[in-house]
Design a protein. Sequence first.
Length: 358
Amino acid sequence: MSVSTIHLAGRRIAALSLSASKLPAGTALTTSCFGVGTGRGGPEPASVDAMTGSVCMNTAGQVRWQSSKPKKGKGKDAAAAADTVSYEARKAAEKARRTDAYKGKMERLERIKTRRVDTPKGALKQTFTQWFKPKLDFHQMMERKARQAGLPWKMKVATVVERLPVVEPDQEDWEKEYWDLKTHLYAYGRQYPKELGIMSDDSGEDFVMTDEELFALLPEGFKPAPRETEADATGDVKTTDRQLKTRIYLAVQDATDGWSVPTADVNESETLLDAAKRAVSETVGTNLSIYCPSNCPMAVDMKVYDKEKQTEYFGEKIFFFRVQRDEGDVVEADVKAEDYAWLSREEMTERVKEEKGD
């Protein structure tokens, strides 16, 4: 038996270590035998009822028995196995367990990549990221090179003039079925068995009409405007009275840049939005009135000059503004560009590809 005295926070703490072979079972120990009180008016006994282990006293003056026997329920075999397994083996087993858990997590993420049949999750986002990330890296690299060269950027604006759809687009089959069902429920409501006697005798058939029946009720001589205009039939692209079901954009053709949108340099005394408005009026005249939803550009692009041209500017920064046609149209006599057209997104893409050879 050995006794050691420890001083902690001004309090004397005694620790006792006993050999279980020298301590009979049922022996009563009290904190008074160590000379330390419990603070509760007297010593508190603690009994030793095991044949192996050690006895110690904590800071509260209580004797605590720490047994080296295996915990109840594990058995002798488990205790023997724990003693024989080395630290490196336990560490390797834990690492294998974590590896299996990680593989299971990755397999699950691979299984849930699709939210519905044949529709990958995040496909559009991934496509945009694959295009945007290299472009962002290129812009950041050009910014560093411009600072190293000590040359500023020439500021320009490009105005995307948009004519909104005039009529609703053609409905898909599922949309027609949805609206037919909604009209039916609106006219008839819930259907209950006739035996309950809570259904109205009015069938509601007078409230359900097809489009043809509705058009027949219009005044004589009144005819709805066609969804396909004469410009669509003749292929005229120099009018806003075409492609009524979709958005179309004002495109102009320049001798240098080819098909693009109205652009202009930014003067020091004007804002980017003022320059965007001026780009439209200088390119196609003042008869076309536009509405600007925001003062903020929707995108920015860079055009780096060749080395021999980098005398005053390192290149161009082009800020794109998206505005909407309010009223009026382009007067061909006022157009400063070589050609112009009101094109849909697909038509604009086709013309640029033909021009660039891509």
